[in-house]
Structures are given as structure tokens and as C-alpha cells.
Design a protein around this ligand. Structure first.
Ligand code: FCB
Length: 467
């Protein structure tokens, strides 16, 4: 029970460190929860194509049904409400709106998301909308995907249609989710859709995604001027795995390719010089047209910050698949460094989370920061109809403490969205890991609120009732 991990007083003390207008939410993504992949005119996305090759997914399963949220959304909104959250971050599947990526709009897709938004608002929950969470329409991939500059125009047209329909009812727009993970895991490491393994292609993809972000900001400002707009970046504090000069240099490089390659251009500094030089030597640099960097730097209202763990970096000799000359230490290797490790092999270092938020605030000074994802996978079991997950409670407690400390150091953090509302399809890992604060029993689709969900509810209530 929660009292084993954190007593009432501790919970109240933590809750008291957040303002009463703080956004307390949870996050999901379309392909991870919706299912209903062939319903109401939805087109095929790169994730449908990729996950239907069982060799690509750890348990061989596609996300065809997953949490069946497409049908169970009223119950799921009821759960968000029951836990007292006032925010919910979800993503829109582009292929439900434009089944072919461009051209004909699918009215049923727009209507479904509109109903979702209206029902959230009726329940007093702010809808935070991610416009792209990795599920490019396959038709666009067939024409080269994000490495084709025309995809930027297709994206802007899609964003315009969604913005016109949902309008000012949305609490916040997030143009993209984690361009780093999408481009590196999906286009260089081959472990996410579309399964690419070419670093130059990945960097061209990243450039066009960033460009499309800037373009979307302008479209959204025009159509929904009162709705804040931002981008969600995956950020990870990097540390050398040893004191060797090589590892120190590799950690600096990892900071370059994970963090600064995305933060710097979004905040108007262009691409970082050390990484331009490094990528340039290997012949990996993307084609950048005049004006692109200005467009990417279009001012935003907030930064969405996703972070899960600190990346320990070890230098390796260059070679095929090792163009970055660095590897990330996870799993047992991270345990050997002395850290607790989650089910996904990620080391738990909450203090590094505080440092990261403070650094982003100090170095880039975003007008506001929302933690748009943070959370952990642990092996959960249902015992007598309950799920006791003290390690997740402890993760959330220490990471929220880190957020409070960062705010006390001046960072303008305005909200926190735990990943995830419910256990769901974890991309290339299929259904093998559980991140939810609500348990999903896939065979029956029953949802069970975990102890961590109740803990979160208690924290939110304590925050609201503080004087
Ligand atoms: C992030 C993704 C999210 C989920 C979590 C665990 O990188 O944005 O969809 O997979 O990791």
C-alpha cells in the first residue's frame, strides 16, 4: 500500500510544493492504445506495416487491438476523472484524418477526436493534443517518408484541418513527439517503424520533422491564436560510463545527438557546431535550405519535456551501425554501475532529472515547461484484484520531488503528465512491459487502478486541498 512507501505527511509535503493551478495529467499515444485499425476509414500507418512483421516486435504482436480505447474511451475518460487528473495528453492518428496522408479528408476520423475532446472538457479535463506521435501514413512512407521534403507540406495541411475542427477547445498543441527517438530508433537503429538503418536518412528525417514543427506553429497560431503551442522533445542527461577521456568525449557527443541537436535549432541557435563537424566528417549531414533554420526557430509557448532516465555512455570504435562511436549502457551493465534498473533496463537517477530541467531552463529559457512524459515500467501482477506497485510509486515520488526542486530553482514547470494512463502497446517491445498507473488485462480489457494510480490521485487531492 502507499503508506509503506510514502506516508500521508510526506504526500502532503510534496503536494504543497506545487501551485494549485498545476496541470496533473497522464499521457498516451494513438497507436499504443486505440486499436480499431481498420475502422471508420482509417488508413494504414507505418506502425501497422512494421508491427505486422513479427520479427520486428519482441512478442511478435501488432497493435491491432491493444487497449481497444477506440471503443472504450468513455470508460477511460471516467478513469482519468476518477483519479482527479485535470489534464490528458493523447495523440491524433494522421491516418484517421487523411487515410492516404494527403488528399481526401476522412470525416469519421475528425468526428471521433472531436467527441473525445468535448467529453474531456465536459469532465473538466484539459485536452493536450499531440499532432504526431510516430504514426506516419504508410502512403507517405511509400513516397520517401519524412526524408522527402513534400511530407512537410502534407503535415502542415493535416495540422490545418485538425486545427480548424478542434479549434480553441484544445488546451495545448504539441506538434511532434520526440523527434530524436522517432528518427534514431525508427530510421537509424531499425528498432521502430519504419525500420530504417541509415544515419544520413535519419538526419534528413529529423531536419524535415523540425521544419514541419516550425511550419505547424505558424499554422496553429493563425487558426487557434489562444491555444499554446510547443514541441515535445526526448531529453536525457548524459554521463560518461567511466572517467576515460574517450567516454567523456562520447558522453558529450551523446548530449549533442540526443539533446542539443533538437534543442538548439528549436530555440534559435541553429545546429550545434561540434555535431555539424562530427556528422560532416562522416558525410551524414542533411540538406538544409535557406530559411529552414529561421522557420524551425519560430517561437513557441512551451517546451514539452519527456525524460525517463540518465544515459550512461561508453565510447566504441566506429563501424557499421556504430557511426556515433558511442553505446548507451542499460540493463545489467547499468546495474553494475550501482543503479536501480527498470523493466526496460533504464537506470533510475531522479537527481539527474532535476539537473536536466534546471539546465533546460537556464540554457534555453523556455516560457514554460510541461513534463509531457515521465514514468517507469515494472513487472506488475494482479493479486486479489489489486496491483501493488511500490517501485512505481517510489519512481513517481522521487521524480516529482525532482520537478519541485527544479521549480524552486526557477524552472517554469506548469504541468506533469505521467506515462502512462494505462498499460499499452510499447512499440517494438509489444506487450512485454507495463508503464500504466492503471493495469490493462488484455484478454478481458478490464482496467484495474494500480496502487500508483491511487497514490497519484492522493497527491492531486492533497495539492488541491492545500491552503
Ligand atoms: C517514449 C514514447 C512513449 C512511450 C514511452 C515509454 O519514448 O514517447 O510513446 O513509448 O517512451
Amino acid at each position: 500500500m502507499q503508506s509503506d512507501v510514502s506516508g500521508k505527511e510526506q504526500l502532503e509535503a510534496l503536494a504543497g510544493r506545487f501551485p494549485t493551478d498545476f496541470v496533473w495529467g497522464s499521457a498516451t499515444a494513438a497507436y499504443q492504445i486505440e486499436g480499431a485499425v481498420n475502422e471508420d476509414g482509417r488508413g494504414e500507418s507505418i506502425w501497422d506495416r512494421y508491427s505486422h512483421n513479427p520479427a520486428n516486435i519482441r512478442d511478435g504482436q501488432p497493435g491491432d487491438v491493444t487497449c481497444d480505447h477506440y471503443h472504450r474511451w468513455p470508460e477511460d475518460i471516467g478513469l482519468i476523472r476518477e483519479l482527479g487528473m485535470n489534464g490528458y495528453r493523447f495523440s491524433i492518428a494522421w491516418a484517421r484524418i487523411f487515410p492516404e496522408g494527403t488528399g481526401q479528408v476522412n470525416e469519421a476520423g475528425l468526428a471521433w477526436y472531436e467527441r473525445l475532446v468535448d467529453t474531456l472538457l465536459e469532465a473538466g479535463i484539459q485536452p493536450w493534443v499531440t499532432l504526431y506521435h510516430w504514426d506516419l501514413p504508410q502512403a507517405l512512407q511509400d513516397r520517401g517518408g519524412w526524408a522527402n521534403r513534400e511530407t512537410v507540406d502534407a503535415y502542415a495541411a493535416y495540422v490545418e484541418v485538425v486545427a480548424r475542427r478542434l479549434g480553441n477547445r484544445v488546451a495545448g498543441w504539441i506538434t511532434h513527439n520526440e523527434p530524436y527517438i522517432h528518427t534514431f530508433a525508427g530510421h537509424y537503429q531499425g528498432r521502430h517503424a519504419p525500420g530504417g538503418t541509415d544515419l544520413a536518412n535519419a538526419l534528413q528525417t529529423a531536419h524535415h520533422i523540425l521544419l514541419s514543427h516550425g511550419r505547424a506553429v505558424k499554422v496553429l497560431r493563425e487558426i487557434t491564436p489562444s491555444v499554446p503551442v510547443g514541441i515535445t522533445l526526448y531529453l536525457s542527461p548524459t554521463r560518461p560510463a567511466s572517467d576515460s577521456l574517450e567516454d567523456v568525449a562520447a558522453a558529450r557527443r551523446a548530449d549533442g545527438y540526443i539533446n542539443r541537436w533538437f534543442l538548439d535549432p528549436v530555440f534559435g541557435r541553429g545546429y550545434p557546431a561540434d555535431m555539424l563537424e562530427f556528422y560532416g566528417k562522416g558525410g551524414f549531414l542533411p540538406k538544409i535550405e535557406p530559411g529552414d533554420l529561421d522557420e524551425i526557430a519560430t517561437p513557441t509557448d512551451f517546451l514539452g519535456l519527456n525524460s525517463y532516465f540518465q544515459t550512461f555512455v561508453r565510447a566504441v570504435a566506429p563501424g557499421p551501425g556504430r557511426e556515433l562511436e558511442a553505446v548507451h549502457v542499460t540493463g545489467d551493465d547499468a546495474r553494475a554501475l550501482g543503479f536501480e534498473v527498470t523493466e526496460t533496463g533504464w537506470p533510475v537517477v531522479s537527481d539527474a532529472f532535476r539537473e536536466l530541467i534546471v539546465r533546460v531552463h537556464q540554457d534555453y529559457n523556455p516560457p514554460a515547461i510541461y513534463i509531457t512524459e515521465n514514468g517507469a515500467a515494472f513487472r506488475d501482477e494482479v493479486v486479489d484484484g489489486q496491483v501493488h506497485d511500490p517501485r512505481r510509486i517510489s519512481y513517481l515520488e522521487t521524480h516529482l520531488t525532482a520537478v519541485a526542486q527544479a521549480m524552486e530553482a526557477g524552472a517554469r514547470v506548469r504541468g506533469y503528465f505521467v506515462w502512462s494512463l494505462l498499460d499499452n502497446y510499447e512499440w517494438g517491445l509489444g506487450f512485454t512491459v507495463r508503464f500504466g498507473i492503471i493495469y490493462t488485462d488484455y484478454p478481458t480489457q478490464q482496467r484495474i487502478i494500480k496502487d500508483s494510480g491511487r497514490w497519484y490521485k492522493g497527491l492531486i487531492e492533497a495539492n488541491r486541498s492545500r491552503v
